[in-house]
Design a protein around this ligand. Structure first.
Ligand code: ZN
Length: 145
């Protein structure tokens, strides 16, 4: 898999120094998501207060794409309103489904644009999306409480 060097560095940095990778004792919802095609696994806790993503913590094992993607997600979405977080989520999912035809809105996606190149590799898209699917699932459950 060939990714832009700078982007590869962003991904490796998040893989080696994952953000918020320590499951919190308290949370509104907890989910466990797996990507059987690669063997990636993620547990994710979320706390939502007054329509704002107050905390996301996680633990996981798997390839660098899956682990870096969820680390990037926590950096990006903690502190955002649910409305803004879902805008970013939709933009990221659209980027992953673009088959490499879209560069991604860097204003919205920040470090997550580093994963744009993954959209050219169908086998890896589920790796990149795993944490995002977990976030969406957990946030829906948290709001239903
Ligand atoms: Zn993977």
């Amino acid at each position: 898999m060939q990714l832009d060097n700078l982007y590869q560095e962003v991904i490796l940095d998040h893989y080696k120094n994952p953000q918020n990778k320590k499951l919190s004792a308290n949370y509104d919802a907890q989910v466990h998501h797996v990507n059987p095609s690669c063997g990636d696994e993620i547990d994710l806790n979320i706390t939502v207060k007054d329509g704002v993503v107050e905390a996301i913590t996680w633990d996981g094992v798997g390839c660098s794409i899956s682990q870096a993607s969820v680390s990037i997600l926590t950096d990006l979405l903690i502190g955002k309103t649910i409305t803004d977080a879902y805008k970013i989520y939709d933009e990221f999912v659209a980027l992953m489904q673009s088959k490499g035809t879209v560069e991604g809105n860097e204003d919205l996606l920040e470090d997550a644009v580093a994963l744009a190149g993954v959209s050219k590799y169908p086998a890896r898209i589920k790796c990149a999306l795993l944490g995002w699917m977990a976030f969406k699932d957990a946030s829906v459950q948290a709001q239903a409480k």
